[in-house]
Design a protein around this ligand. Sequence first.
Ligand code: AMP
Ligand code: MG
Length: 318
Amino acid sequence: MAQIGRDVWQAEKILLHGGLVAIPTETVYGLAGNALNIDSITKIFQVKKRPTFDPLIVHTSSIEKAKSLVVDFPPMAQKLAELFWAGALTLLLPKQLIIPDLVTAGLDTVAIRIPNHPITLQLLTRLDFPLAAPSANPFGYISPTKPTHVKQQLGDKIAYILDGGDCKVGIESTIIGFENDQPVIFRLGGISVEKIEQVVGKVKVKSHSTSNPQSPGSLKSHYAPIKPFFINDIKPLLTRYRPHQIGALVFGEYLKEVPSKNQLNLSVAGDFIEATKNLFSMMRQLDQMSVKVIYATLLPEKNLGRAINDRLRRAAAQ
Ligand code: AMP
Ligand code: MG
């Protein structure tokens, strides 16, 4: 059973030997392995039961190291990296040959990020290779934002979980690629579209396609609890289930249709940052409640509300 601890040296040792370690980041916990070692990468896909067409994000600790992994780092990428790294932003850039095709699912771009978490930055600084790290959950399930989430689901498959506490952002990174030198958002995430647009002007958002060859991992159904999950209209649910059989995830106002003990509030005050931080752990809590189905209200379609709604829609797309 995986040990949860704060020993960076222990994590380093496992990674140096090609093993996997769960690492904290500000977005979600990652399942990390040497991004340049095919055996380690293979283990990541096996442990997560992740299909190999879904590429991995490569984590590093400096812009200089990131540059050594790509053949081109355009001025726009430089600007975004300087402003948002370390942080919840992933850049898609043309990869160097040293990045195995398995990491990128055969694509010629690699996804790179500098995560903003002191213990993981310390680890990355000590290593002379980058870490490939998808979220540390079984493929398709809700991403982990606490060490115990990782232990519950992958505890029998890995040896060590580096404890960095609760994830401060709580949702995956915003993924940005470039088309004709213009930035395009391929996944909504921890840095809002508004924040990005303040820096680079209007950006295209292409995060909803299921068949987008540039971002094959942007699967429509994802981040899903095991229980049936619904959004939009609660009325059809009320004809099929008794109110006490419905669990609800709300934002600000509680629902009058469902008993209050069955409702979790992402943020009573209607705060997007608080809601983002609570999202995945509340989805897990609802999955464990004695209810038959889960209903979630969508947030206002702005700021981090957009990224939260993206995850709620994917969770409901089964
Ligand atoms: P996760 O690490 O679980 O957050 O998933 C990583 C996601 O990053 C994938 O599902 C893809 O959507 C995206 N991604 C990673 N690498 C690439 C790439 N080279 N091109 C496009 N999207 C990528
Ligand atoms: Mg994931």
